[in-house]
Design a protein around this ligand. Structure first.
Ligand SMILES: Cc1cc2nc3c(=O)[nH]c(=O)nc-3n(C[C@H](O)[C@H](O)[C@H](O)COP(=O)(O)OP(=O)(O)OC[C@H]3O[C@@H](n4cnc5c(N)ncnc54)[C@H](O)[C@@H]3O)c2cc1C
Length: 419
């Protein structure tokens, strides 16, 4: 059985590594001619880090990202609302990594090439596919074709496979929030590995370090968000569209916290990218015959709660396990979808309600000009409930994750982890 994977992003490449480790023959087709470290920072949560470590990627991850130690929520004056330890410090058996998205993709690409060799293709843009009783045939823009038993579409938010199955779906759903993203070399702040979310859902600033530099500075990833009135015109989402510091400084120019210089971070970025915060409604079905969706193709979500890449990694590992453990291919695909579709739909839904960032909105509504005593604004148990509720939805409850069995398929994976 040969599994064909469209898309060499984080989801597609993890799928290839997971299938290979489970002893399943597979091939990846990525449209880009060259895999370059594009994008800015993302977070990989402990449940997804566990999967990557069990695929033997622990040392490379540790050398590429920063193990996040805490998350801190603050108002737009820099007053702390909530902070909690993250990753190992929070009692997980696996760290959380803040990491450059493109460097993670390159790390996965290089590992996939090392392990799967000629089965990893670039410059192969899928334009069409068809299926019959025996499998799936792919057709590429360069005129080439490929044939396999199954197609996994990990081709991102503009998935043409999803569009094939849902031709009337239209563009992703935008509720008026624009994101500007950048990375800036800056001195470390707080713990040196702190993720900060400040403001509220109408105007928010997020930052976290993603790499340590030899001179003691940290490469700090930041995201500035602004919400516009419904109906405002917007440009089609493109991860590589450039923005300007002048677009956002009027909104964040006076956000000088005692421990963080927000305008300094914005001004120091060599490049700024603009992206609308979009998602899509959860689908009633991912699998049609021998074709299924994975990652952003299946469940694009608001980048809140740091879950986009993590959920695609979980998809990949669960899919590989089910393809091995279920008695037939069709049963494997069904078991994959039965678990992952409702799980990710719940995260899409929670992120629309601002996920764990809801504490910012609650405090802003009650104390828009700041506070002297936080407990009179919001009781600690309310803060605890929001954080715990989201962890439960996202599958991030520490005790549940630490206690659950490995998704590794006995045999092959242990061999890879030891290499
Ligand atoms: C260039 C880029 C930059 C990004 N930057 C950020 C960021 O800064 N912050 C953030 O939170 N998220 C970012 N993302 C999204 C993030 O990577 C995903 O949300 C998450 O990792 C899930 O990944 P995925 O593999 O499902 O989708 P993606 O990461 O989108 O990967 C999809 C892959 O499929 C390929 N592809 C698409 N169509 C075809 C086709 N027809 N044939 C063959 N291959 C195809 C694409 O080139 C891409 O490599 C970015 C995505 C991309 C592509």
């Amino acid at each position: 059985m040969r599994v064909l994977i469209i898309g060499g992003g984080i989801g597609g490449l993890t799928t290839a590594l997971a299938l290979h480790a489970a002893g399943i023959d597979c091939e990846v087709f990525e449209s880009a001619e060259e895999v370059k470290p594009l994008g800015v920072g993302i977070n990989v949560q402990p449940h997804a880090v566990r999967e990557l470590i069990e695929l033997g990627l622990g040392p490379r991850l540790a050398a590429t990202g920063i193990a996040t130690q805490e998350v801190r929520y603050a108002n737009r004056f820099g007053q702390t609302i909530w902070s909690e330890p993250r990753g190992l410090a929070a009692g997980y058996r696996w760290p959380q990594y803040s990491i450059h998205r493109g460097r993670l993709q390159v790390l996965l690409w290089e590992t996939a090439v090392e392990r799967l060799g000629a089965a990893i293709h670039r410059g192969k843009r899928l334009v069409d596919f068809s299926q019959d009783a025996d499998g799936v045939t792919l057709r590429f823009a360069d005129g080439g074709t490929a044939r396999g038993a199954v197609l996994i579409a990990a081709d991102g938010i503009h998935s043409i496979v999803r569009q094939h199955f849902y031709p009337d779906e239209g563009p992703p759903r935008w509720e008026g929030c624009l994101l500007w993203r950048g990375t800036t070399l800056a001195p470390p702040y707080l713990s040196g590995a702190s993720m900060v979310l400040a403001g509220n859902r109408d105007r928010k600033f997020i930052c976290y370090p993603i790499a340590r530099e030899p001179d003691g500075q940290v490469l700090t990833n930041w995201i500035a968000e602004e919400r516009y009135a419904p109906g405002t015109a917007w440009a089609r989402e493109d991860w590589n569209r450039r923005g300007q510091a002048a677009d956002i400084l009027p909104m964040f120019g006076d956000w000088h916290f005692p421990w963080l210089d927000v305008p300094g971070l914005i001004q120091g970025a060599p490049a700024i990218y603009e992206f609308p915060m979009v998602d899509r409604d959860p689908l009633p079905r991912w699998t049609q015959g021998r074709v299924t969706l994975l990652g952003d193709a299946a469940h694009p979500m608001h980048p809140i709660g740091s879950n986009g890449a993590s959920q695609s990694i979980l998809d990949a590992r669960w899919l590989a396990r089910q393809l091995v453990q279920q008695p037939t291919l069709d049963a494997g695909l069904a078991a994959y979808e039965a678990a992952r579709r409702p799980a990710t739909a719940a995260v899409v839904e929670a992120n629309r309600g601002d996920g764990p960032d809801r504490v910012l909105d609650m405090v802003h509504a009650r104390a828009p000009s700041g506070f002297t005593d936080l407990d009179t604004v919001i009781p600690p148990e309310e803060l605890v409930a929001v954080a715990a509720g989201y962890k439960h939805i996202a599958g991030l409850d520490p005790a549940a994750l630490n206690g659950r069995e490995s998704w590794s398929v006995p045999g092959g994976l242990r061999d890879i982890a030891m290499k």
